[in-house]
Design a protein around this ligand. Structure first.
Ligand SMILES: Cc1ncc(COP(=O)(O)O)c(C=O)c1O
Length: 392
C-alpha cells in the first residue's frame, strides 16, 4: 500500500446532468432527430414477458412485500446467478431486489463507505457512481484508462491508487461508456489486490449478457476468496429491454447484504410488486429474445464503427455493452460544444465525453440503440457535415 496523502475531494467539472437534459430537450425539438444519447434499449420488452406478468399479477396477493423482495424472484435470481456465473447463492440471505440497477448502485456504494472513505473507480465509468460516492461524503479516486488499450483497467495502476482510506473498488464489466470487458486474468489480479488491501469489490454486471467477439464475461465473486468481499449488481433493464420496469438486484454474502436491507427498508421498503413480477417473468423465459438482441447489437456496432472510420474518428472497439467511446481530440472542440454542433447541424444526439469526467472532454459516447437504418442515416448525416467542413 502506498503511504501517501489522501486525495482531496475532486471538484467536479465536466458536463452535469442539467446540461445533458438540456441537450436531450433540444434534440426533441427537432422532428427528425436521431437519439444516440441515452442508454435505454430501444427494443420492446419481449411479448412472453408481458403475457406472463399479466398472468402472475392476476394471481398475486399484494398484501405485503418483504424489503428484500418476493421469495419467488429471489429464487429466480439465484438460479440465474448459478446458470450465468456458476456459483450457488442462498436466495434467503444473499439476494436483495431493488428499484432498478440505479437503486442497487446507490445502496451498494452507501453500504461500503463512510465520510472521507475512498472508492477506486477506473475511468471512464457510469457517471452515477460519482454522484453516489459524493452523496456518502466519500472520495472518488479515478484511475485513467486509455483508448489505445481499449480502455483496459490496469490492476497495477489501480493498486498504486490504494491508500489507507480505500474501502472498495468498482469493477464494471462490460463498462458504460467504454464497452471494455475485464479479462479473467485482470479479474484475478483485482481479486488478489482486494485481498491484499482488504477492499470490497463492487461488481456491476448489468451488461453481462452482451459480450462480443471472443471476449467472455466473468463474475469476480466466482473467484477463490472473492465471495466474502464482493457485491454483485444486475438488473433486467438491459438484457430484457425493461428499463422502465425498475427491477434490479444485489447479490453477496449475508454479512454484506444485511446492512443494505436495513438501508433499503429506510428508503422505500420493498420494490413494487408489479416490477418484481415483471422481472420474475423475464427470468422465467428462455434466452432466445436477448440472443436476438445481442446479434442486432453486433450488427449495429459495426455500422457505427464503419461510420466513424469514414470520418477518421478513432474509438476503442467495444468488447461488450451498447456504447462506443470515440476520440474527438483532433477537432479541438470541447465535447459539449461538439455534441451541440452535431445536434444543430445533423439532428443527431450524442453524449459529451465530459459527462464521464472532466478528463474526457476530448471524447464522446455513441449508443447503438437505434435500428440499423437509423444508425446508417445518423452516421451518413455526420459524414456529410464533416465533408462539407473539409474535416474528412
Ligand atoms: C453500468 C450501469 N450500472 C447501472 C445502471 C442502472 O441501471 P437501471 O436502468 O436498471 O437503473 C446503468 C444504466 O444505464 C449502467 O449503465
Amino acid at each position: 500500500m502506498m503511504n501517501k496523502a489522501a486525495p482531496k475531494k475532486q471538484a467536479e467539472k465536466g458536463v452535469n446532468t442539467s446540461q445533458i437534459y438540456a441537450l436531450m430537450k433540444k434534440a426533441k425539438s427537432y422532428e427528425n432527430h436521431i437519439a444516440l444519447g441515452r442508454g435505454d434499449p430501444d427494443f420492446d420488452t419481449p411479448e412472453p414477458v408481458l403475457t406472463r406478468t399479466e398472468e402472475l399479477l392476476s394471481r398475486s396477493k399484494p398484501a405485503s412485500i418483504p424489503v428484500e423482495g418476493i421469495p419467488e424472484l429471489r429464487k429466480a435470481i439465484a438460479e440465474r446467478v448459478e446458470r450465468m456465473n456458476g456459483i450457488k447463492v442462498d436466495p434467503d440471505t444473499e439476494v436483495i431486489v431493488t428499484n432498478g440497477g440505479q437503486e442497487a448502485l446507490f445502496l451498494m456504494v452507501q453500504s461500503v463507505i463512510e465520510k472521507d472513505d475512498e472508492i477506486i473507480l477506473p475511468e471512464p465509468n457510469y457517471n452515477t457512481y460519482k454522484d453516489a460516492i459524493n452523496f456518502a461524503g466519500g472520495i472518488r479516486v479515478g484511475v485513467p484508462t486509455k483508448r489505445e488499450e481499449s480502455f483496459r483497467a490496469d490492476p497495477r495502476l489501480v493498486e498504486e491508487a490504494v491508500t489507507s482510506r480505500t474501502r472498495a473498488i468498482v469493477l464494471a464489466s462490460p463498462n458504460n461508456p467504454s464497452g471494455a470487458v475485464i479479462s479473467p486474468k485482470d479479474h484475478r489480479a483485482f481479486v488478489a489486490m482486494a485481498e491484499r488491501h482488504n477492499l470490497k469489490i463492487l461488481s456491476d454486471e448489468i451488461y453481462d449478457f452482451f459480450v462480443y467477439d471472443d471476449f467472455e464475461h466473468l463474475s469476480p465473486a466466482t473467484l477463490p476468496g472473492a465471495r466474502k468481499r464482493t457485491i454483485t449488481l444486475n438488473a433486467v433493464s438491459k438484457m430484457y429491454a425493461m428499463t422502465g420496469w425498475r427491477t434490479g438486484w444485489l447479490v453477496g454474502e449475508a454479512a454484506l447484504i444485511e446492512p443494505i436491507k436495513r438501508l433499503k427498508a429506510t428508503i422505500n421498503g420493498g420494490t413494487s410488486l408489479i416490477s418484481q413480477l415483471g422481472a420474475l417473468s423475464a427470468l422465467q423465459t428462455d434466452d432466445s429474445v436477448p440472443l436476438e438482441m445481442k446479434k442486432a447489437l453486433v450488427r449495429r456496432r459495426a455500422i457505427v464503427m464503419q461510420g466513424l472510420d469514414r470520418i477518421n474518428i478513432p474509438y476503442g472497439i467495444p468488447q461488450g455493452g451498447q456504447f462506443i467511446f470515440a476520440d474527438i481530440s483532433r477537432l479541438k472542440m470541447g465535447s459539449l460544444a461538439f455534441c451541440e454542433w452535431i445536434l444543430e447541424n445533423c439532428q443527431v444526439l450524442l453524449y459529451p465525453g465530459a459527462t464521464y469526467g472532466a478528463d474526457f472532454d476530448d471524447s464522446l459516447r455513441i449508443t447503438f440503440l437505434q435500428n440499423e437504418s437509423k444508425l446508417e442515416d445518423a452516421m451518413n448525416r455526420i459524414e456529410g457535415l464533416f465533408k462539407k467542413e473539409g474535416l474528412c
